[in-house]
Design a protein around this ligand. Structure first.
Ligand code: GTR
Length: 354
């Protein structure tokens, strides 16, 4: 029997058996992940958005495409800007929004079936992560330059910076009168699935979140690591800059880590989280992702009428899962990829709870 850090107890040992105590627990959990995993989540700064391009020739003319420049104001004349692309279905009224942090600025893209999203009546915003800060150890580039390293051990790492930029894009998007501010989701794949989870854990305006094949330091338990999957020791070595310096001290010994990933998932309760895995994606540890859903579920159950994870505790086969509860899990057939089926699942999951 493995030892998992206790989810349903406050740091001082008080059992978490009410929504009020869960709210306190979530604050503690965010602090733990800031200190030992992703680094600090910077405070918001004022944001403006400027429309650079606009065209109605999008998705066969059923949607309007906007290219928007998001500008973050750091005071004293210091600004940082990055583009966000937005596609809004043509129909009148406010639309639910899915914000995707992606690996490319092209849309449509093999990971973003934009026409499918629009056909399902969702608006779609796309943020290209390298426009915010490069995927490398350089902390002097772009947004990273505004957070010089202090040596604290928990300076904002790249995952925190990408997650923060998604929240700032949302600051602008919520000022628009065509977006339904009560129905906004964030989705990301792989390293950007880790980013989506961390973003939603910190930003309760994201009512829905989908982590796709997020794996190690995403939705997968570190302690139920299996041969063939990525380990925390490996990720800390290969991608140290995704995490804060303190992570290096704990990553080699998961048993001693002050967290595991069920706690990250729980920080999203009682909102709506879909964990997507893929059957041929052993590196992301589908079984450990499903295990973490089981482990996180009690966080939902302290809230009235919330059930959390309603799926099985034995492992799903390909193209199986359960997306009925507020915490859904689905294992798609296929490889490490963010595909049409993953998006359709996310939209179906949202519609189950809309
Ligand atoms: C892998 C990495 C994973 C995953 C993936 C990706 O190389 O080991 O943690 O995030 O990259 O982002 O595609």
């Amino acid at each position: 029997m493995r030892f998992f850090p206790e989810l349903m107890k406050l740091n001082d040992g008080t059992p978490v058996d009410t929504p009020q105590k869960m709210e306190l627990r979530k604050k503690e959990i965010l602090e733990i992940f800031q200190k030992y995993a992703y680094g600090d989540m910077p405070a918001p700064v004022p944001v403006t958005g400027k429309i650079l391009e606009e065209t109605g020739r999008c998705c066969s003319g059923t949607a309007v495409y906007y290219k928007i420049e998001i500008t973050c104001d750091f005071g004293n004349g210091r600004h940082f800007s990055y583009p966000v692309q937005l596609i809004v279905p043509e129909k009148a009224g406010k639309k639910p929004l899915l914000l995707c942090v992606n690996f490319d600025d092209a849309i449509p893209h093999e990971y973003i079936p934009s026409e499918e999203v629009v056909d399902n009546a969702f608006a779609l915003a796309v943020l290209y992560f390298k426009d915010v800060t490069n995927d490398d150890p350089d902390f002097t580039d772009k947004l990273a330059a505004f957070y010089p390293r202090t040596g604290s051990g928990h300076d904002p790492a790249k995952i925190s910076l990408w997650a923060w930029s998604a929240s700032r894009a949302l600051d602008y998007l919520l000022t628009r009168d065509d977006i339904d501010e009560g129905h906004v989701g964030v989705i990301g794949h792989s390293r950007l699935g880790k980013t989506a989870l961390w973003c939603a854990a910190n930003d309760i305006r994201f009512r829905y979140v989908c982590s796709n094949d997020s794996g190690c330091m995403g939705a997968a338990y570190a302690r139920s690591w299996v041969e063939g999957a990525e380990s925390t020791a490996s990720i800390a070595k290969v991608f140290p800059y995704w995490f804060c310096e303190n992570f290096q001290a704990v990553a080699n010994d998961p048993a001693a880590m002050p967290f595991d990933q069920h706690m990250l998932l729980a920080a999203i309760a009682p909102r709506y989280l879909l964990v997507n895995s893929a059957s041929k994606d052993a590196w992301a540890g589908p079984a450990s992702e499903q295990d973490a859903c089981v482990g996180a579920s009690p966080a939902w159950q302290v809230y009235e009428r919330k059930t959390g994870y309603q799926g099985k505790s034995t492992y799903y086969d390909a193209n199986e899962g359960n997306i009925k509860g507020e915490l859904g899990y689905y294992k798609r057939y296929g490889v490490h990829f963010l595909g049409r089926k993953d998006w359709l699942n996310f939209m179906e999951f949202i519609n189950n709870h809309y």
